[in-house]
Design a binder for this molecule. Structure first.
Ligand code: ADP
Ligand code: MG
Ligand code: MG
Length: 351
């Protein structure tokens, strides 16, 4: 009896395309003799499409490995409803990044349907998506992070000058302005003076009602992959060498010239410390399954600061998360198997 895996991909967020690529890598890695795949696509406007039709709906081609094995499966191209999902899959792998996917909403739906799923639960997903609450939780856990403050769009719109002056006093320049609830660097800008700060706040305010401002540091960017439930393991750290001034959307997905250094060239004790902090961060948000924990190492001081945690990191074979595990001795195919086992284990623990 093969395990039936629902692979949820696409989604309503800005990371729709990345999700499709992650899902294709994942589905290719699922051994057809052990797993039966049900592709479930979510379009940019939020429609759900099941089976091979999902690929057409998301304007992407059906991968060969799936087209060939699909004939044998009993999914057919049947129309089905969400409510039927529970009887049709054993576990769901929500390979969705960003809002309506990585933020606890899908996780809550799957909890209601009583379907085991890969990765973080509702709380960890929600905390990991909201940069303000994430920072508050990290603060409570005693994790080192850069100076920051939060601004509501409403506050900014009602008194621009007061908000700008207070940021100038509290944070100074350069600073980074971010929407609290996005990923992939969308809406993020670096401001070096008052004028740019005003512009940066206006940009971020287009994406969210809640904004974060952080001191801008001169940093190396280092990431650690975490895998597990109650006894999580940390991978070797990897470093990103961005092709532009910071790791913006362009550098992440377009230019392809940002380099990954795996493992990162770091002293042994600093690697150890990063791994320890990554696990602390994972546990601070009550993570499960997987997460990628992103750090800054300040160039002048060599100080480690936590930047963020991502509960459904990019999952293509070229992405940092799987590559970190590969370098740590867990190849992609084994990684996928372990994540599915962790999902089932977590579900059983709750019963
Ligand atoms: P996202 O969740 O969209 O990835 P991040 O908070 O990781 O957002 O910010 C995106 C990028 O912006 C980082 O990878 C880094 O290159 C740069 N950056 C963000 N905050 C700072 C900061 N405080 N100092 C220096 N660079 C930063
Ligand atoms: Mg992020
Ligand atoms: Mg980031």
């Amino acid at each position: 009896q093969r395990l039936r895996i629902g692979v949820l991909f696409g989604g309503r967020s800005g990371e729709h395309e990345v999700s499709i690529q992650s899902a294709k890598s994942l589905m290719q890695a699922l051994d057809p003799s052990r797993y039966e795949i049900l592709p479930i696509g979510i379009s940019k406007t939020g429609e759900w499409v099941f089976g091979l039709q999902a690929f057409a709906a998301l304007q992407t081609s059906v991968p060969d490995y799936l087209a060939n094995s699909y004939q044998a499966s009993n999914w057919g191209d049947c129309a089905m409803s969400l409510a039927q999902l529970q009887s049709l899959v054993d576990v769901v792998f929500p390979v969705l990044h960003g809002s309506f996917g990585e933020d606890g909403t899908i996780q809550g739906m799957l909890e209601m349907l009583n379907i085991p799923y890969v990765g973080a639960g509702v709380l960890a997903s929600a905390v990991g998506m909201d940069k303000l609450f994430m920072k508050r939780i990290f603060g409570v856990a005693g994790l080192p992070q850069c100076a920051y403050c939060s601004v509501m769009r409403q506050e900014f719109e009602s008194d621009e000058n007061a908000v700008i002056s207070s940021i100038e006093r509290e944070i100074g320049f350069p600073c980074f302005v971010k929407p609290a609830n996005l990923g992939s660097s969308v809406g993020i800008s670096k401001a070096k003076n008052r004028e740019q700060l005003k512009q940066a706040l206006e940009t971020a305010a287009q994406y969210d009602r809640k904004l974060i401002v952080e001191e801008g540091l001169n940093v190396r960017e280092v990431e650690v992959a975490v895998l597990g439930n109650d006894s999580p393991l940390a991978s070797v750290p990897g470093e990103i060498v961005p092709s532009s001034e910071f790791y913006d959307y362009e550098a992440k997905y377009m230019s392809g010239s940002s380099e990954l250094m795996i493992p990162a060239n770091l002293p042994e004790d600093q690697s150890k410390q990063l791994q320890m902090l990554a696990i602390q961060a994972f546990q601070a948000i009550d993570g499960s399954g997987l997460a990628r924990v992103d750090f800054f190492i300040e160039k002048e001081t060599n100080r480690i600061l936590i930047n963020e945690i991502n509960t459904m990191p990019g999952f293509t074979i070229y992405s940092m998360y799987p590559k970190l595990w590969e370098a740590t001795g867990v190849p992609y195919i084994e990684l996928v198997g372990r994540l599915i086992s962790l999902a089932l284990e977590r579900f059983a623990d709750k019963q």
